[in-house]
Design a protein around this ligand. Structure first.
Ligand SMILES: NC(=O)c1ccc[n+]([C@@H]2O[C@H](COP(=O)([O-])OP(=O)(O)OC[C@H]3O[C@@H](n4cnc5c(N)ncnc54)[C@H](OP(=O)(O)O)[C@@H]3O)[C@@H](O)[C@H]2O)c1
Length: 215
């Protein structure tokens, strides 16, 4: 699969490395230091770098992993290239001090970040995923907790895009769990806020994985 990634920070680079190891071709974009980005990409098998528009055109699927305040800048000129494609987002409106969110259910703006992205990219097939997954764990050589796999809840309105998301979640070593439609991103983003607050308060951050037990 060809994966375009917009956001070359902790999350974008970590998932790029994981999926490159799985044999996917990666185009990584959106960093303030293009030279550093090219250096990082050179270490990833089968990876290249480009502008967000180039990454969006390159990908059969696109991952959005940018800070929420930069979302509008990151999406300039990419909407056409995203049309009909799965667009995974882990973008969070969590405040930097973890004291709540800037967008979503607990605020006056009930729209989630993922719904805002779907509004900005009307022809894209947006799926929210990986927003309860800490980048430090993704970057670790072992992502499992003993013999346990953390869960990644995902949601979206397009079944084919959700199937791609589930595949990429499983390939990253997580248990994919379908949370339903994109509207449920409102609850998922709130859960992510609770999850980060819990991990920070207990001191477990970042060495904690969220798992849904089933029997
Ligand atoms: N980190 C986590 O554990 C985690 C977990 C779940 C969800 N998330 C969410 O995933 C998204 C990405 O998180 P992250 O931790 O990967 O972020 P990050 O490490 O700060 O990376 C952000 C990327 O955006 C780029 N960027 C371009 N213009 C920027 C600007 N004006 N200001 C800031 N960054 C700019 C940065 O470029 P430079 O390389 O030049 O800095 C960097 O490549 C966020 O929405 C975050 O809330 C994060």
């Amino acid at each position: 699969m060809k994966i375009g990634i917009i956001g070359a920070g902790s999350m974008g680079r970590a998932l790029a490395a994981i999926w490159a190891q799985q044999g996917h071709a990666i185009c990584l974009s959106f960093a303030r230091d293009e030279v550093a980005l090219r250096r990082q990409v050179a270490e990833l098998l089968g990876a290249s770098s480009g502008t967000p528009a180039e990454a969006a055109r390159f990908g059969d699927v696109v991952l959005l992993a940018v800070p929420y305040p930069t979302l509008a800048e990151a999406l300039v000129g990419v909407a056409d290239a995203m049309a009909g494609k799965p667009v995974l987002t882990c973008v969070s409106g969590l405040r930097p001090d973890f004291e709540g969110q800037t967008i979503g259910l607990p605020t006056e703006r009930t729209e989630s970040v993922a719904e805002e992205i779907a509004r900005l990219l009307p022809a894209a097939q947006v799926v929210e995923a990986f927003n309860t997954t800490f980048a430090e764990i993704l970057q670790a050589p072992k992502r499992h907790f003993g013999d346990q796999n953390p869960s990644v809840l995902y949601c979206g309105d397009h079944a084919p895009a959700k199937a791609v998301a589930a595949q990429l979640i499983a390939e990253a070593g997580y248990q994919p769990l379908d949370l339903g439609t994109l509207r449920h991103a409102r609850s998922l983003e709130t859960l992510a806020t609770v999850w980060v607050q819990l991990a920070a308060t207990t001191g477990l951050l970042p060495n904690a994985g969220l798992q849904i037990l089933t029997r």
